[in-house]
Ligand binder design. Structure first.
Ligand code: FAD
Length: 557
């Protein structure tokens, strides 16, 4: 359906955000009816399943819809149009099903009057499934188990999202880092202060991707994420969803300890027996029949403990680089031409192969977003990107990264990738005395510190100061980024402008290790299940959540 037609006829505000309003639905229904030559009055069920955009031709931008419909004379139509082209899925609208109906196996919820009180009621006297980490992987594993009648015990080193927000705000205002509760650690995991993009490239024959999106909607995300090709919810909506999932897990009898860091694992006869954690300064043991390790990619101290405990891990490639900011308006004009104000905040994806055969690419692009100080260790600094659901900041930002593999790490140690990240993060911290180091692209090319901004200012959470960002990076990576950004300028006008703002260092793109697991998703230690991004089995919120469900389902078999 041409955008021109939609902008004229559909509710413009809803349309701009990608949300489907009544007028737009009617237009699409009409177009679908015309396509299959079915009188519109014959349609008895209609649902938009996916909405994506084709902006290759700026003068004829189109929205592409995939719809399901059925009609009063459907048998005839199916025959006429080909049975593969029509689907009859009727459950695409999420209904608010009461919690006990959702609960499988008819199990009754044992909610106390105040779910928070329950946190310390359940003891560790019987063996339970323990989940370390309450990011997307741990959260969805906990929910799946709780809904199946299990009562998992969750240990999360950071705090509940409300308290975590205060900690992170204070850090961004210069009040010092809490190494246990920050942008990487705490309820909701690394994704809580994120752009909240929910798309994934992981194939979904099992339906877990849909399950994740439906769960998000059930716990407070807007329904449009079910049909948009690139669903996004922003950090504000994510925080609500995370809190609601926590309450559901608690209401089903799960136990969640915050400020609870898993410190040791007790293994006997090749099987995990107990988990030792520090909770509010006190040591506590948890007997367990299974341990799901959903610790994310930044738990470097925990990686060391796991290595010492004999958990089999391998080095893994990841990517490092910088974040780049441009005025959002420039990106909008380049992607959509004159339509940019009428369409959702424009995104981009760019890749380039350098003369030295290094791949340079954009990663975790945040339209209308903020660059955030996403550090989690004292004396080290890492950046990332975040946005609110409105995606309405003045700048677009994206990581521009280069893949690094074990040959770059300079050691065969399984944690050599961690050491490589730390070296860059330490250099970034020292470059601007603990503030985010920033540099204009013109100065990045000239390899010198910047002294002032150009025609636009950074949009950042956390203090920043000028430095030579290029000097933080290994020469080959700096050269590759310089070449890549110049190449991207040929695709997006102005991308390589001299006053584009670079900041560093982008070092937490994915896990530097993979924890080996077998077909039963178990590690070399019986009862220990590596899960999510930190274990090397996911990249992003949705795929981590999918892996959490997968591991939980394996335990339920
Ligand atoms: P995590 O989310 O990292 O969760 C692991 C949890 O384990 C943490 O809460 C941590 O505190 C806890 N933990 C660690 N060690 C221990 C221990 N010893 N004991 C107890 N608890 C422990 N992805 C997207 O798909 N879309 C985006 O828009 C996006 N934007 C991002 C923006 C930012 C700023 C960041 C930092 C990340 C972003 N990501 C995004 C990546 C995404 O957040 C991760 O891929 C995802 O959160 C991984 O999920 P996970 O559950 O595997 O690990």
């Amino acid at each position: 359906v041409p955008v021109k037609e939609l902008v004229k006829k559909a509710e413009p505000e809803l349309f701009c955000k990608g949300k489907i309003g009544k007028a737009e639905e009617e237009l699409v229904k009409k177009a679908a009816a015309k396509l299959i030559k079915m009188p519109i009055e014959e349609i008895t069920f209609f649902c938009i399943e996916k909405k994506s955009m084709d902006a290759r031709k700026k003068n004829n931008i189109q929205y592409i819809y995939r719809v399901s419909l059925s009609g009063s004379k459907e048998q005839k139509r199916v025959k006429q149009y080909g049975k593969n082209d029509v689907s009859y899925e009727k459950d695409c609208v999420i209904k608010n099903i009461p919690a006990d109906e959702r609960c499988k196996n008819g199990r009754q919820s044992n909610q106390t009057s105040d779910p928070k009180e329950q946190v310390f009621q359940n003891g560790n006297d019987t063996k339970k499934t323990v989940i370390a980490g309450f990011g997307p992987a741990g959260m969805f594993a906990a929910l799946e188990l709780a809904r199946a009648g299990k009562q998992p015990v969750v240990l999360e080193r950071g705090l509940e999202v409300e308290k975590r927000q205060d900690k992170v705000d204070a850090f961004w205002k210069g009040k010092g880092l809490d190494p246990e509760c920050n942008v990487q650690f705490g309820e909701g995991g690394a994704g809580t202060f994120s752009d909240g993009k929910l798309n994934t490239l992981v194939k979904d024959p099992s339906g877990r991707n849909k399950q994740v999106l439906r769960t998000f909607v059930e716990f407070g995300a807007p329904e449009e994420i079910l049909y948009l090709q690139k669903p996004h919810i922003g950090t504000d909506v994510l925080k609500k969803v995370v809190k609601n999932i926590r309450e559901e897990v608690l209401s089903l009898g799960g136990t969640i300890y915050f400020g609870a860091k898993m410190e040791h694992i007790i293994i006997k006869d090749g099987k995990v027996q107990e988990v030792m954690a520090t909770i509010d300064g006190q040591k506590k043991n948890f007997l367990c029949d299974a341990l799901i390790l959903a610790i994310g990619h930044s738990a470097r101290d925990t990686f060391s403990m796991l290595k010492e405990s004999g958990i089999k891990m391998e080095q893994k490639a990841f990517a490092v680089g910088v974040r780049i900011e441009h005025p959002q308006e420039m990106i909008g004009r380049s992607q959509y031409g004159e339509w940019y104000t009428k369409l959702p905040t424009a995104e981009y994806k760019v890749t380039h192969q350098t003369a030295q055969k290094r791949g340079v690419y954009s990663f975790c692009m945040c339209p209308g977003g903020y660059v955030v100080n996403a550090s989690s260790e004292e004396g080290m600094l890492a950046v990332n990107g975040m946005s609110y659901s409105g995606r309405d900041s003045a700048n677009a930002n994206s990581a521009i990264v280069v893949t690094v593999d074990p040959s770059d790490f300079g050691s065969a140690d399984v944690l050599a990738g961690v050491a490589f990240q730390r070296k860059l993060e330490k250099a970034a911290y020292e470059a601007s005395n603990g503030k985010i180091p920033v540099q204009l692209f013109g100065d990045f090319l000239a390899n010198r510190c910047s002294t002032g901004f150009g025609s636009f200012m950074p949009q950042m959470k956390g203090g920043y100061d000028f430095a030579n960002v290029r000097a933080i990076l290994p020469v080959v990576i700096g050269d590759a980024i310089a070449e890549g950004i110049q190449a991207f300028d040929r695709r997006i006008k102005g991308y390589g402008r001299e006053d584009a703002i670079l900041s560093g260092v982008e070092s937490r793109t994915s896990s530097p290790v993979r924890m080996v697991r077998n077909e039963a998703l178990e590690s070399n230690i019986q009862g220990l299940y590596p899960c999510g991004e930190g274990a090397g089995y996911a990249g992003g919120i949705t795929s981590a959540a999918m892996d959490g469900i997968r591991v939980a389902q394996m335990l339920l078999l």
